[in-house]
Design a binder for this molecule. Sequence first.
Ligand code: NAI
Length: 389
Amino acid sequence: MKTAIIGSGTMGSGIAQVAATAGCQVKLYDTQPEALEKAKAKLDKILNRLIEKKRIDKAEKNRIQNNISYVNSLKELADSDLVIEAIVENLQIKQTVFRELESLVSGSCIIASNTSSLSIASIASALQKPERCIGIHFFNPAPLMRLVEVIPAIQTSEEITDKVVKTITDWGKTVAVAKDTPGFIVNRVARPFYGEALRIYEEGIADFATIDKAMKELGGFKMGPFELMDFIGNDVNYTVTETVYNAFYQDPRYKPSFTQKRLAEAGYLGRKTGKGYYTYPVIPKERGTGDEESPNHSEQSQDLLQTIFERILVMLINEAADALFWNIASAEDIDNAMTKGVNYPKGLLAWANEIGIDWCVKKIDELYDEYHEDRYRCSPLLRKMKRED
Ligand code: NAI
């Protein structure tokens, strides 16, 4: 399949590597010559590292590199079968590029977007043939993350969806098909991991390090919420939360936090600026240990850690059940999305079954009784599952 990628930044360069490794002829296009140079150099470095680790040999490196050509004109994409766009997250700009692209390619070319927050329906509406448009959402870094969300818009033909699911599966990825709704699967279901952690902190229940410890030690998460927000960047993570919140007509479940907003405003973006919830240059250890850390957190009572872990977990489970309730994706795809898109230790629906639906409903209802906020409403599906238990 002749594949083209528009935009050779963080995502575009990674997607090009995935397609080229799978044996596709790839054209990588960017308006900025420096961005193309950077992508080329980055790929060379990555492939050299893979050679050092004995994961590939020199011949494989050459094969992958020879599969990619770097182009600086959209016209060069005219013979493509599949084009994936990964440019700036701006609807008008994406629509303009898509209109021009459609005038160049054949009628059978699939035109896809890697957008993480725009609706696929709105992007597709720019095309003469919107049925050929679809969302193909990779995760960063694209070559390493196993999940790809495929998002058909209401205009997308079934044939195109099937073709794309097959292609991306052939590229070695796990596909989760998601409805064209804000945050798709991962960026919706993961919200409480950050939001509830921030809320627990803001209520003064525990500090950052204690909350992170609870999720890692009791939950088996690789990183705690605050470490992860520092890793993602508080600007990026805050924007995703705010976008999802507004896209859901300000559903209180997704309400952003002032703590994170102030960090973003102050430029305390996390690892990339050396300071976020933790301070990095001082003790550059994996887990941080910055100035916000409680000195005696290791002596925190087991009860507190358990309370924190249960509260965040049950909110995540409720979100996953609600995504299933609204038919955002199948149960299998929702669980795969979280284990393969954001490395959760278990799928949330499987986790709910393991600890008991009864227990989950009881925990959520306890939170609702305590706060009387819509944020803590139990998903109708979770309640129904309890009755059927
Ligand atoms: P980036 O800023 O790293 O790269 C964007 C590239 O597009 C730049 O090289 C820029 O020169 C180029 N570009 C801009 N306008 C263009 C045009 N009209 N024609 C051709 N090239 C153009 O951006 P990034 O992070 O790779 O994001 C790209 C898309 O992927 C966005 O829609 C974003 O929402 C989405 N995304 C980003 C993820 C991430 O973690 N960074 C994860 C999943 C999706």
